[in-house]
Design a protein around this ligand. Structure first.
Ligand code: PAF
Length: 282
């Protein structure tokens, strides 16, 4: 199992792989890996000759410094988990200086307004950070395909936009959300939930499932009010936002229109831990 820390080392091996006309599947992560990540890795293995997984907690995408400090860092067990699938995978676990070449700052992007909706409203600068780190990581790993979970659906749409802005040839592949049996979407942040929060958090998916069920028969306004009510009875979960938005531009709606694809998005705090989820409607 090879763990690269230096950009130059992995770039050299990537160049050799590319010379042999082999495809590269890339799974960018911030570590604290769970079954959802492993699903992405498995898909990358199935579809490519070589797989690279990056493990890098990207400072520029955190708008909250406490969240950055508390983000779980579990490199040793992450490497073990990856090697339980395959020891052929290349792991890139760099420092900030390696990724950012000594200047850890974001590029200011215009993602056609996608960056201003939902997460963008509550996490200013977040998507500039995501776009910037992915631009660097795609340049270093030169992937044929890169894999992202739909849990961060807004991120997935923005990454597709990023590669068109930056004219990169990587194909972006979205993968379904992995869930606990309780319905709670898998997330590295779940590791920070206490028992009481873990028991309460499945409400998030129950609410989304009900919204999906009622979407055809109830008005958008009724659904917004119903969702808000579900979180007034619990002190453990605090609703930050719930939005029904068009898939095309992620703008939230007040009325449904024909022939339009929608998704419901939610962000909830369990104590200090921020959880997001979403579901396809119609
Ligand atoms: O989704 C994540 O874990 C991160 O936003 C990503 C894509 C690895 C960029 O740091």
């Amino acid at each position: 199992m090879r763990v690269y820390e230096k950009r130059l080392d992995i770039e050299q091996d990537v160049a050799a792989i590319r010379k042999q006309n082999k495809s590269i599947g890339f799974v960018p992560t911030m570590g604290a890996l769970h079954k959802g990540h492993l699903g992405l890795v498995q898909k990358a293995i199935d579809e490519n000759d070589v797989v690279i997984v990056s493990i890098f907690v990207n400072p520029t995408q955190f708008n909250n410094s406490e969240d950055l400090v508390n983000y779980p860092r579990t490199l040793e067990s992450d490497v073990q988990l990856i090697s339980s699938i395959s020891t052929e995978i290349l792991i890139f676990a760099p420092s900030s200086d390696e990724v950012y070449d000594g200047e850890t700052k974001s590029i200011k992007y215009n993602f056609n307004g996608l960056e201003l909706e939902m997460e963008g409203k509550f996490r200013p600068g977040h998507f500039d950070g995501v776009g910037t780190v992915l631009k660097h990581l795609f340049t270093i790993t030169s992937p044929t395909r890169a894999y992202f979970g739909e849990k961060d659906f807004q991120q997935l749409q923005i990454v597709k936009k990023l590669v068109s802005i930056e004219k990169m040839s990587v194909k972006i592949i979205g993968c379904p959300i992995y869930r606990e049996e309780s319905g709670l979407a898998l997330s590295s942040r779940n590791k920070r939930l206490n028992q009481q929060q873990l028991e309460a958090a499945p409400l998030i998916y129950r609410v989304l499932t009900q919204v999906n069920h009622d979407f055809g028969t109830k008005s958008v306004d009724t659904l917004y009010r119903w969702v808000k009510d579900q979180f007034t009875n619990t002190d453990i979960l605090k609703l930050e936002y719930f939005e029904i938005a068009k898939v095309s531009d992620l703008k939230s709606i007040t009325r449904k229109q024909k022939n339009t694809k929608y998704r419901a998005f939610i962000a909830v705090f369990a104590g200090e831990v921020r959880l997001i989820d979403n579901i396809a409607l119609n």
